[in-house]
Write a protein that binds this ligand. Structure first.
Ligand code: 6GU
Length: 262
């Protein structure tokens, strides 16, 4: 997988490419990474990369020539890579996108800055627009790092444990189960007995249960948006029965709200 990042702030990526698992992935040849400075493709003594918008208004626009030059250079080096513009107007990036991206040859990640890039670059040089969420950043650099991380960890061999990527939050459309490590007691809170029991069947059951319940409590939308497995439905039913029992045993209790309140 080849990543080329096009940015006017290449220094932001220096540490990023060296850091932890990304650094190892480069060392082991799972990914290649290069940062191309858009400014190197700008003209004139000052190598200006932005200009005022036609039609007026505030903010600046990224000039088309330096961007086009940088993209052409990146494409020469990695002809099979798709060109992605990081922008809040893009398609929302999620785990499904990350999985699809992990199957590709490579990406040229164009980091926009200022109010945006000249429309002609977008029309002629960009294959996909990607956003990392519904909020506005000052540029695409952090978004590009997020895409690189999410995709790289899915490439076979990048993570240590064979199944560590598979077991993560979202891989199975459920949030991950609760985790504990030593010490067994921490500030009066103990590790659940089942995890110390050595009973792998019971541990798996407990993990599945915490996984489904957490998903229900924290991200009910993840359950509502897909077909549940029989096991998941069964588990939620059991919880419903338990909750109903509590409600029934308590229904005679509790003060009525004051009259007039909603
Ligand atoms: Cl990809 N870029 C910028 N500038 N802002 C964003 C974004 C990207 N995704 C969400 N907000």
């Amino acid at each position: 997988m080849d990543f080329s990042v096009l940015t006017i702030f290449p220094d932001m990526f220096r540490q990023f490419w060296e850091y932890g698992i990304i650094g190892k992935a480069i060392e082991k040849g799972h990914i290649s990474a290069e940062t191309i400075n858009i400014r190197n493709f700008a003209q004139g003594r000052h190598r200006v990369t932005d200009d005022r918008p036609y039609g007026g208004g505030c903010g600046m626009v990224m000039k088309p020539e330096p961007l086009a030059g940088a993209i052409r250079e990146a494409k020469l080096r990695s002809p099979l890579s798709a060109t992605i513009l990081l922008t809040p107007q893009g398609k929302p990036f999620n785990q499904e996108t990350a999985r699809a991206f992990a199957e590709q040859d490579g990406f040229i990640l164009v980091c926009g800055r200022y109010e945006g890039v000249d429309e002609r670059v977008y029309l002629d040089f960009v294959d996909h627009e990607v956003s990392i969420g519904d909020y506005v950043l000052m540029g695409g650099e952090l978004a590009a790092m997020i895409v690189v991380e999410a995709v790289t960890r899915l490439i076979p061999g990048v993570l240590g444990g064979e199944d560590s990527a598979e077991m993560d939050s979202f891989s199975g459309d459920l949030l991950e189960h609760a985790h504990y490590t030593r010490p067994p007691g921490f500030e009066e809170k103990a590790v659940p007995d089942v995890l110390l029991s050595g009973n792998h069947g019971e541990i798996e059951k407990w993990r599945f249960e915490t996984s489904v319940v957490r998903t229900f409590l924290k991200r009910p939308d993840l359950l509502a948006d897909r077909e549940l497995t029989r096991r998941e439905v069964e588990l939620l039913k059991q919880w419903c029965i338990r909750i109903e029992k509590i409600i029934r045993s308590q229904s005679g209790r509790g003060a009525d709200p004051p009259s007039g309140s909603q």
